[in-house]
Structures are given as structure tokens and as C-alpha cells.
Ligand binder design. Structure first.
Ligand code: GLU
Length: 521
């Protein structure tokens, strides 16, 4: 970069880089961290992991977690996206102490409402002499870039063109009414570096950090300027974000330096890869938090898995952890510096473990909406009436499933036959069983015995069914299994199920009889 000399000599020695040793305890002040999404889409796993690690750090340090919406890009930001991000955060259980719809002492928390603050900060920069007016238009820049490239050179983004305009030139451009941006003078020599909490020392040569626009000709700050102003004004002690922001950090450090502000500590978390070790994207599968939710992933599992992704919890012990356990174990020192591959099977496994470990009430809260979705809850064919009975029935189903309550997506298939006669049938199992004349005769005999022996008034218990089945087996010289297996296929359409007598009790005698007769026919 050519250009007039200006006072940058010892700039770099004055950038107060964060201390090399990573400390998890803030001795002199409270930890303040933030999640700062740009609302240009949904909350994807990369963003969710950034949010989670900041949240875990804040909670583990009894610090403050701030949510800031970075919506200065008016064209790409949408209110729907902001809503989707907030929804995703709430679903994950990542509550914020300060932020939109919550308030706080450092608001507003949407960048679009902070323009005055950025303009004030610009005034401060102007006073320091560290910014200059740039009258180059997009076309000017493109033309010069093309010329540099044509000549075999490399265009870094700016060539210092307006650095050395004379007062007369500036006055002339202003008289013409030419729009002007403000650029930060960056040093040409030396380097800018920091000690990254995750990856260690990072260093960039200043000659590749061009004079960047901090305030655009349209009167809006650039992304990097707004972030620095906000992180400073909001008192951030640590900036933990994805490593796609590493290249912004040197410029941000130079802005801190120009403003005379102490920068926070920075930690850049490695990106999340797909199973093929290419950057995780839609072609690998679900990437948005809401998509995972719709696929039956529960928030406890999502949070647990995202925490494991990029954090060495240590070989010892269980990887299935509650959010409180994660807070208790969290340490920034253990955040991995190498990229992690998203493992959909492992997420599924963690999910099943969380589901199995839930208590009955939690399971009920998950099951009822699934029954509703299938129109099963208020089905008149389901012989229970009031809401209380329905919940009682659902609770009994949960008890019956036991450890098989391990996938929300599998539940409808596991429970369908309790609610409709028109349930799925394993054809192979059906034909193998009911294709045999002897078996059909046994099924008929069982139906007859049940009809004869079960009291016609009041429900039959599992023990009642069992007594009839075992009695018939004995009388016919059969093993109980010779009756139980065909009954299972007849009642559930499957060759495996929960305990047969409990299933019979749950179905009730009328439906048991009807299905046995249907199968025998
Ligand atoms: N708004 C930026 C993004 O969504 C994050 C900025 C930051 O964390 O510094 O990528």
C-alpha cells in the first residue's frame, strides 16, 4: 500500500493483546459475553454452538450473557429471522440476561437502534485523526482493482488513494457534493496479533490490512465498526465466536486501538464440518435448530451434543449430561482448536439416552402432543373419555414402553395399534403366522375362551388375560408361547411388542376379541 506518511510508528506495540494465559476466573470484574447473530436466516448449528459456549461460559462464571441482534445490513436482515433465532434460543433453553425484549443497562440491543451511538463514536475517531474521508466510488475502486490485477498485482481491497488528499481537493469534492466514506488509517508495517483463547497466538501482517471503511457514505457504520463499538459499550470481557471471524479480528483490534479502548479477549471456535469433513451444510442433513426439533431431537440432547462438539469433556465418564452438569464442567481451556465433524448418529444416540432418562411427567409432556398430532387423543374409538383418563392412559403406555421410549419419531409406530384397528402390519410376520391353518384354529380357540371366561362387565386386567391364556394352553397341551405369539401378531401386527398381557389390558377385551377374530378369518 502506497500513501503519505502518517503517525503509525509504534501503533502495534500499543495494541493491548489479551493475556496469553487463559483464565476461567475473572478476578477483577464480572464476565460479560454475547451472542450476536445477524438475522439473515434461521438459527443453525454453528450459531447455536457459539450461543451455547458463550452461555455456558457466562453461567459457569456467574457472568452475564447478552443477546445482540446485528441487523445493520438492512437488505438481508428480516424480522422473521430475528424471531426464528429468538425461538431457537428459547427452545435450547439459552436465556439471555440482557437483550431484545428483555432490556438491560447497555441497550438498545438491536444494532439498527444504535445508529446515534455509532455516529458519536465516529466523531471520537475523527477527533483522533485516525480516519480520513474517502471519495472513491465503487466504480473507481473496481477500475483500479482491475488495473492492478491486469498488471499482475494483487488487490488487497484498497490502495490508499484518498489518504493524502489535500485540503483543497477535499473542499472541491465536497463542493461537488460527492459522497464520502470514512476510512481507518491502518499501519503499513509491523503486525497485529492477539492471544486467542482457543487457537493461541494469531498474527497478521499490517501490510495486508488495508485502510478499511468504518463508516459508509450512506451514513451507516460498517459491520466491523459497529461490532467494536457495541462490544466496548456493552462491556464485553470476551468475544467467543466462530473462526469465520478470525480475519475481522485484526481490523477490530486496530479500531479498538484507534478509539483508545482496551479490547476484550478473543476466542475463535473451529467450524463445524459434515461427516465428509467438508463444511457442514444442508446437503449433509438438518442444519437449523428448528429442523432438528421437527425430527424429534429434544433440546437437552441438542445442547448436550453441541457441547460435546468441540469441547473435550475428557475420557472419563458419561457423555450424557444435563445442562446443569454442562455448566458445572465447562471450561474455556478445553475448547478444541481443530474442527469437529457433526455426527448425526451420535446426536441420535445422545437423544435416545436423554429420552430414556426422563421422568414419567417429562415423557408425558412429549407424548401428548404426538398423540394430538395423530388425532389419537380424542378418538372416540379409544375407550377412555375425559382428559384425565386420557392422560392416565398415555402414562400407562409410557410405563409399558419402558426403555423403548427412546425416539420421538418411532413413537407413533410403536403406539399406533393402541389407537386404531387400521394399524401397520408386518406382512411377513402376518403371513408366516396366520398362513397356518393350525395357528388360525388356536387364535379362534383363544377368542372363544376369552369370550367365555372374561367377566362381561368391567375391564379385564393383565392377570385376567394371562389366566385365560395359560389355562387354555394347559387344556390343549400347548406351550403358552404357542398362543402368545399368534396373539401378538393378531393384536399388534408385529412379531415383537411389549408384554402381551399388558398390551391386552390396554387394548381392552372388546378390541382384543375383534382383532383375534379378524386374524383367524
Ligand atoms: N453478526 C455476526 C454473525 O452473525 C457475529 C459477529 C461476532 O460475533 O462478532 O456472524
Amino acid at each position: 500500500m502506497a500513501g503519505a506518511p502518517y503517525p503509525v510508528a509504534d501503533t502495534m506495540r500499543r495494541v493491548p493483546a489479551a493475556s496469553p494465559e487463559v483464565s476461567d476466573s475473572m478476578s477483577d470484574h464480572q464476565a460479560r459475553v454475547r451472542f450476536a447473530p445477524s438475522p439473515t436466516g434461521y438459527l443453525h448449528v454453528g450459531g447455536a454452538r457459539t450461543a451455547l459456549f458463550n452461555w455456558l461460559y457466562a453461567r459457569s462464571q456467574k457472568g452475564v450473557f447478552v443477546l445482540r441482534i446485528e441487523d445493520t445490513d438492512q437488505e438481508r436482515s428480516t424480522e422473521e429471522s430475528t424471531e426464528a433465532i429468538l425461538r431457537g434460543m428459547r427452545w435450547l433453553g439459552l436465556d439471555w440476561d440482557e437483550g431484545p425484549d428483555r432490556g438491560g443497562d447497555h441497550g438498545p440491543y438491536r444494532q439498527s437502534e444504535r445508529l446515534e451511538i455509532y455516529r458519536e463514536a465516529l466523531e471520537q475517531l475523527k477527533a483522533s485523526g485516525r480516519v480520513y474521508r474517502c471519495f472513491c466510488s465503487e466504480e473507481d475502486l473496481e477500475r483500479r482493482a482491475a488495473a492492478v490485477v491486469d498488471a499482475g498485482g494483487h488487490w488487497e481491497g484498497y490502495d490508499g488513494h484518498c489518504r493524502s488528499l489535500s485540503e483543497e481537493q477535499i473542499a472541491a469534492f465536497e463542493a461537488e457534493g460527492r459522497p464520502a466514506a470514512w476510512r481507518l488509517r491502518t499501519p503499513d508495517e509491523g503486525s497485529t496479533f492477539w492471544y486467542d483463547i482457543v487457537v493461541g497466538k494469531r498474527e497478521f501482517q499490517n501490510d495486508v490490512i488495508t485502510d478499511r471503511v468504518v463508516f459508509k457514505a450512506d451514513g451507516f457504520p460498517t459491520y466491523n465498526f459497529a461490532v467494536v463499538v457495541d462490544d466496548h459499550r456493552m462491556g464485553m470481557t470476551h468475544v467467543l465466536r466462530g473462526d469465520d471471524h478470525v480475519s475481522n479480528t485484526p481490523l477490530q483490534l486496530l479500531i479498538y486501538e484507534a478509539m483508545g479502548w482496551k479490547p476484550p479477549k478473543f476466542g475463535h471456535m473451529p467450524m463445524i464440518l459434515g461427516p465428509d469433513r467438508k463444511r457442514l451444510s444442508k446437503r449433509h442433513g438438518a442444519v437449523s435448530v428448528e429442523e432438528f426439533a421437527s425430527q424429534g431431537i429434544i433440546p437437552q440432547a441438542m445442547v448436550n451434543y453441541l457441547a460435546l462438539l468441540g469441547w473435550s469433556i475428557g475420557a472419563s465418564g458419561d457423555e450424557v449430561l444435563t445442562i446443569d452438569q454442562l455448566v458445572a464442567k465447562f471450561s474455556l481451556k478445553k475448547v478444541n482448536s481443530s474442527p469437529a465433524a457433526f455426527d448425526y448418529d451420535k446426536l441420535e444416540h445422545i437423544n435416545s439416552q436423554h429420552l430414556k432418562r426422563m421422568d414419567a411427567d417429562e415423557k408425558l409432556a412429549l407424548l401428548l402432543p404426538i398423540l394430538d398430532d395423530h388425532g389419537w387423543r380424542y378418538d372416540p374409538a379409544w375407550q377412555v373419555a375425559g382428559v384425565e383418563e386420557q392422560e392416565g392412559y398415555a402414562a400407562r403406555l409410557i410405563a409399558l414402553l419402558g426403555g423403548r421410549f427412546s425416539s420421538l419419531q418411532a413413537l407413533p409406530g410403536q403406539l399406533e395399534f393402541f389407537f386404531t384397528d387400521d394399524h401397520a402390519v408386518d406382512r411377513q410376520a402376518w403371513d408366516d403366522t396366520m398362513g397356518d391353518e393350525t395357528v388360525r384354529q388356536r387364535v379362534t380357540a383363544l377368542a372363544d375362551a376369552l369370550e367365555r371366561q372374561l367377566a362381561s362387565d368391567g375391564p379385564a386386567s393383565a392377570a385376567d388375560f394371562e389366566a385365560v391364556v395359560r389355562g387354555l394352553a394347559e387344556a390343549e397341551g400347548l406351550k403358552a408361547g404357542d398362543l402368545i405369539h399368534p396373539a401378538r401378531v393378531a393384536l399388534t401386527g408385529q412379531s415383537r411388542s411389549a408384554g402381551m398381557f399388558e398390551v391386552m389390558e390396554m387394548l381392552g377385551a372388546p378390541r382384543v376379541l375383534a382383532r383375534l377374530r379378524r386374524a383367524a378369518a
